[in-house]
Ligand binder design. Structure first.
Ligand code: SF4
Ligand code: FES
Length: 358
């Protein structure tokens, strides 16, 4: 019997004013008409709390594109769930944040594309985005909600990492998450333009290590080296169906945000099944749970219950089979695809291919 889930990522909409070239949403986006209704979300959040979920992360797309977001936060709060808002900060401001805080919101995570306004707006595909985000950070501060600044980094902004740390402090953040792009969906299509070089990565890591020392007790910095440069994979989602579940805008329940890219798996909908049924009994959640599904080299590896064989979606995207060892593992027979990608990262960067919602 699996343990209950700890956290739920609520992708309340795919609508978003930004067009980031590393967007992790699926290539096929959900239309507004297909989204779960307020009542459906309220029921689902109640089921999640009964199942044992402790935290809900409201995300998207841009979650503030939903006019009923305050009602959803209130529902989470009524069920005793800790709620976090993950936003681009480009829709709304102090009035909405005050409403969310009154509804029980506990934390805001605000993403930036860069500290440099022109580069931020170029990457986001939206002019004026940086200015809106800066005002939004001030509004978070005014409401008294704790703020985490999320800087998404890659080869076209990584050299500004020192300024990013300074900016997070200036914006009043308690925590800075420096998140290297992960190569799924649009990010995989733009990988040659996004993957940093070894020189860039080493310099960025040196700056972060030094800042962590000098800012101890002032600013917490989360920073993980991208797995393409590691020798063992990340424990993606802490293992398939072990801790997290992800709800798509139309109510499909997934073990991770990218799972719909995997063929041959029927992901159940909260419209047709209870969350408990899906979590404990669905074929989708049991397919890669635990270690029974593993082949060699994972099956006999002493890290099989540490990283759970890495990421199933990355294994499918890079090796064509979600049941294979994640190719970022140096023990994987498919590891050559990573070495080729890293060699390409030393070449001249390419332009971005932007996503469009329409
Ligand atoms: Fe992890 Fe499998 Fe690599 Fe071992 S062989 S480190 S379990 S991915
Ligand atoms: Fe799907 Fe890693 S993103 S298992």
């Amino acid at each position: 019997m699996a343990d209950p889930p700890l956290a739920l990522l609520a992708e309340v909409t795919h609508r978003c004013p930004l067009r980031c070239p590393y967007c992790s949403n699926p290539l096929e986006l959900e239309r507004a008409a297909g989204e779960l209704t307020t009542e459906e979300w309220r029921r689902l959040l109640g089921e999640a709390a009964a199942l044992g979920v402790l935290q809900v992360h409201f995300s998207g797309g841009e979650p503030m594109a939903r006019r009923d977001l305050a009602s959803l936060i209130a529902a989470a709060s009524e069920h005793g769930l800790y709620s976090n808002l993950i936003t681009s900060g480009t829709l709304g401001g102090e009035r909405e944040l005050k409403e969310f805080a009154d509804a029980g919101l506990r934390h805001v995570q605000l993403s930036f594309q860069d500290v440099d306004p022109a580069n931020n707006d170029r990457i986001a595909g939206l002019s004026g985005a940086h200015e809106k985000k800066t005002k939004f950070a001030a509004a978070v501060h005014a409401t008294g909600l704790p703020l985490t600044v999320n800087m998404v980094v890659h080869r076209q902004n990584l050299d500004g990492i020192g300024e990013m740390i300074d900016r997070a402090r200036a914006l009043g953040a308690r925590r800075l998450e420096i998140a290297h792009v992960q190569y799924y969906a649009w990010a995989l299509a733009n990988r040659a333009a996004l993957l940093p070089s070894r020189r860039q990565l080493d310099e960025a890591t040196r700056i972060v290590d030094a800042a962590r020392e000098t800012l101890k007790g002032i600013l917490t910095i989360d920073y993980v080296v991208p797995d393409y440069y590691g020798v063992r994979p990340k424990s993606c989602m802490s293992g398939w169906g072990r801790r997290f579940l992800n709800v798509t805008p139309s109510g499909k329940i997934l073990p991770c945000h990218a799972a719909e890219s995997l063929p041959g798996i029927d992901f159940p909908s909260a419209r047709d099944h209870t969350l408990a049924d899906i979590w404990y009994r669905s074929e989708a959640f049991n397919r890669y749970r635990g270690t029974d599904w593993m082949a060699e080299p994972c099956r006999s590896c002493d890290r099989r219950e540490v990283d759970w064989g890495g990421c199933r979606c990355q294994a499918f995207l890079l090796a064509g089979d979600a049941g294979r060892t994640d190719p970022v593992c140096a023990l994987s027979p498919d590891h050559g695809v990573i070495e080729t990608a890293l060699q390409d990262a030393e070449k001249t960067p390419e332009g971005f291919v932007y996503r469009h919602f329409s």
